[in-house]
Design a protein around this ligand. Structure first.
Ligand SMILES: [Zn+2]
Length: 265
């Protein structure tokens, strides 16, 4: 089975460990196995069976965006299987990294980016819009919809990948369905199934989005024991009645098509 993982996190082991040990939120971080940072030691092992992977910084409330971006550039700019994804920087930090890397994909997360302050990041969104690029973001609450609508209208050529089918922290079924309804209506919005083990939701997402705008992702190394790794999520796709062709699209082909468009020449 050919696999492209579109949602992997990577961080400098030492700085992640420091954050986790000193953080006010260390009990929250303990929910993830990344907390002992040993998960990062398995990185090479995890990616070895992937044809390509899309890799972004680890994210903690304390993460320094520029430092995290520098780490990603340092580790992955020469890796032929990796698509390195930087955090959207503030305009004042919009730096050479993004232009040197020449990838039109960026990531934001509510832990390090404030919705109310999106105008301070206009350069990043404009860059994506100018290059028909992709923004990966997470939804958090009902304000996510309004926020996404704002970005869509102001940066109209930017594509958006709503991570985790748009679930909230509790993976509430109705909330997630509502986000699926919302995202699927806009053909510049995509989604990934990372961290979703609810079969009903995955089936619902395929019905609404169709099988072209859904990607496989693992959220490595954030998945915890009860969340399926690659093989199990592949099995879910089979169990909900998808054909081999549909599974191949979600696990591999859709991402392959997108990756072709991510490098600016
Ligand atoms: Zn993630």
């Amino acid at each position: 089975m050919r696999i492209i993982d579109t949602h992997i996190h990577f961080g400098n082991k030492k700085s992640c460990k420091d954050i986790v040990q000193k953080s006010l939120y260390k009990n929250v971080y303990k929910l993830y196995n990344s907390v002992n940072v040993t998960a990062l030691s398995t990185f090479d092992d995890y990616v070895k069976n992937l044809e390509y992977f899309i890799v972004m910084p680890m994210v903690f409330k304390e993460t320094d965006i520029n430092q995290a971006n520098n780490d990603i550039v340092k580790y992955f700019s020469d890796d032929l299987r990796a698509v390195p994804v930087l955090f959207v920087p503030n305009d004042k930090d919009f730096n050479n990294n993004i232009r040197i890397m020449k990838y039109n994909i960026l990531k934001e997360h509510f832990l390090v980016h404030d919705y109310n302050n999106y105008k301070a990041r206009s350069f990043g969104y404009q860059y994506l819009s100018d290059n028909q690029g992709f923004l990966i973001l997470h939804s958090l609450s009902t304000i996510s919809k309004k926020y996404i609508e704002t970005l869509r209208s102001e940066f109209s050529n930017m594509n958006i990948i709503v991570a985790h089918l748009g679930r909230n922290g509790q993976c509430d079924e109705n909330f997630t369905k509502d986000m699926i309804d919302f995202g699927s209506k806009d053909d510049r919005i995509y989604t990934d199934i990372s961290t979703i083990s609810n079969k009903k939701l995955i089936k619902y997402a395929v019905n609404m989005y169709g099988d072209d705008r859904i990607f496989f992702g693992s959220d490595y190394p954030y998945f915890s024991g009860d969340i399926p790794p690659v093989e199990e999520q592949a099995l879910i796709l089979e169990e909900i009645g998808l054909s081999d062709e549909q599974r191949n699209k979600i696990l591999y082909l859709n991402a392959k098509k997108m990756i072709k468009k991510l490098k600016i020449r």
